[in-house]
Design a binder for this molecule. Structure first.
Ligand SMILES: Cc1cc2nc3c(=O)[nH]c(=O)nc-3n(C[C@H](O)[C@H](O)[C@H](O)COP(=O)(O)OP(=O)(O)OC[C@H]3O[C@@H](n4cnc5c(N)ncnc54)[C@H](O)[C@@H]3O)c2cc1C
Length: 472
């Protein structure tokens, strides 16, 4: 598993030369081949080594995307869609070279239907830009990965974030898509109706496909009214077990938390140092409630009582917007805080997700494994969904250390799968996790291969991702 399992893709040298020549002639500065720009389109936040595309095409419209796909299809050249490159599992690498199609210039908000609580946007719009655009409407889009990712990329990795426990993931919040498929045709996967029983669900087939089945050119998304009241706060616990048991009880009692995030003791130390805060350095939950004034106060009180039962607290909460913003900024910067624990090292980030009843057991076993192996690895997590991240800080030049970290990640992924969970709750498979899919999905992989072969018979759409090698 791990790096040794990267799926190779054969280079089509002559096809790449022809396509690069034609894109340069047709699009001028919108097709670039300089090393720095190619490196930037393969070098992501992943620990997986970069594999550069041969050129980067900045698409400005669906017609542009269609033209590039048709050209690549004709000459059997790989295409790697690119949003903002914040994915963590080598998703934008180009193992067989080819063309990176950068969608950041397709960043228009096409329509906001406030009365229907939805909007239609191009794929390069980022989540922060969309919310800035919506500010005056009283509406917002809730999915918030820790990076300011593009909505096209977020749909393609089936992303989520701190709000998923209340609002769901990209799977739940995309109403329909337009996409250019591998044969160059455009598909509209659904209309704007909130629900539909119209045949196979093509929308959900493309969500989480990581650009392996087509390029998303437009998304229609659900929007929500900004809550009347928001309260939030921080609660310390004597142990990770106590914090997890509090989460489990809170979810099982149906308290409608909007966010409930766990940070372990090392994570708290890193956050304090990075964000200049002075929280206690023991396991901690960051919590938020959305609703009416009285509703959020009641929920905060119920949560405080549960935390108290498990030895946690006091639960300090506030409805002052600036204080909450400071809190969540620190949480969103947890990745960078973790990086600062070991300057110069790379981060290998896991994202297992287990049924909520197994959460305490899974995290406790994982903390013991970290300690037994002497790893520097803070834990943070969207624990209301049973999802948590271990950020293993490694020196990628030290082969022995990389192997130890990969072995740890292997045990963690298999532990989660053994608990009827998944090796990836939100980051996707890319190159890094394909080795685990067969353990998780068994013959499901065969049906995925059948779908891929039917839609993309020449394997031009982001080859070498998601599906493991045929023999595994
Ligand atoms: C600090 C940090 C925190 C993070 N926190 C979270 C988190 O909390 N939750 C979470 O889910 N993720 C998180 N991530 C991971 C990352 O932000 C998500 O995976 C995000 O969805 C990637 O979006 P992107 O625009 O950067 O896509 P990219 O990295 O550019 O691409 C991701 C994949 O989607 C494909 N793709 C991109 N655009 C399109 C398109 N228009 N059509 C078809 N395919 C496309 C690419 O080919 C690639 O396979 C985090 C990353 C960082 C660096």
């Amino acid at each position: 598993m791990g790096l040794a399992e990267l799926v190779g893709v054969e280079r089509n040298e002559s096809g790449i030369t022809v396509v690069a020549g034609k894109l340069a002639a047709r699009f001028g500065e919108r097709f670039q081949t300089g090393e720095a720009i190619r490196r930037q389109h393969a070098h992501t936040t992943s620990y997986i080594p970069s594999q550069l595309p041969d050129g980067v095409f900045f698409a400005a419209s669906e017609a542009d995307v269609q033209e590039a796909v048709e050209l690549c299809a004709m000459h059997r050249v790989p295409i790697v869609p690119f949003g903002t490159g914040t994915s963590l599992e080598g998703q934008v690498n180009a193992p067989g070279g080819g063309i990176s199609v950068d969608l950041s210039r397709m960043n228009r908000v096409v329509a906001v239907h406030a009365e229907d609580l939805d909007c239609t946007i191009e794929p390069g719009v980022t989540r922060e830009d969309l919310n800035a655009y919506l500010r005056d409407t009283g509406l917002f889009f809730p999915i918030d990965p820790g990076a300011n990712a593009s909505l096209g990329g977020m749909a393609s990795t089936r992303a989520s974030g701190t709000n998923a426990v209340r609002y769901g993931t990209m799977r739940d919040n995309v109403i329909s898509l337009r996409a250019v498929m591998p044969d160059g045709r455009v598909v509209q996967t659904a209309r704007r109706a909130r629900k539909s029983s119209a045949g196979y669900d093509l929308t959900r087939l493309l969500i989480g496909a990581e650009g392996t089945l087509g390029i998303i050119t437009e998304l229609t998304l659900k929007l929500y009214g900004i809550p009347q009241a928001i309260s939030g706060g921080v609660c310390q616990f004597p142990s990770i077990e106590a914090a997890c048991q509090t989460v489990i009880a809170t979810i099982q009692m149906g308290i409608p938390v909007a966010r409930i995030e766990l940070i372990n003791a090392l994570g708290m130390r890193s956050i304090n140092a990075y964000s200049k805060l002075d929280y206690g350095e023991s396991p901690c939950l960051f919590i938020e409630f959305h609703g009416s004034e009285s509703g959020v106060a009641e929920q905060a009180q119920s949560f405080g009582e549960i935390a108290d039962e498990f030895g946690g607290g006091p639960f300090q909460w506030t409805n002052v917007a600036e204080d909450r913003a400071k809190l969540w900024k620190a949480r969103h910067n947890a990745y960078w805080a973790g990086m600062a624990l070991r300057p110069g090292a790379s981060a290998l980030i896991t994202d297992v997700c287990v049924p909520i009843s197994r959460l305490a057991e899974c995290i406790t076993e994982t903390e013991n494994d970290i300690a037994a192996n002497g790893l520097i690895a803070p834990i943070v997590g969207h624990v209301g969904d049973g999802n948590f991240h271990v950020q293993v800080m490694i020196d990628t030049e030290d082969r022995g250390e990389v192997e130890r970290a990969e072995a740890f990640v292997g045990r963690l992924n298999m532990r989660a799968i053994g608990m009827d969970g998944t090796c990836t709750g939100e980051h996707g498979v890319g190159q890094g996790k394909s080795g685990y899919l067969v353990h998780e999905l068994g013959s499901g992989i065969d049906y995925m291969r059948t779908i891929k072969a039917a839609l993309d018979p020449h394997n031009i759409m982001n080859p070498g991702k998601i599906l493991p090698r045929a023999h595994s």
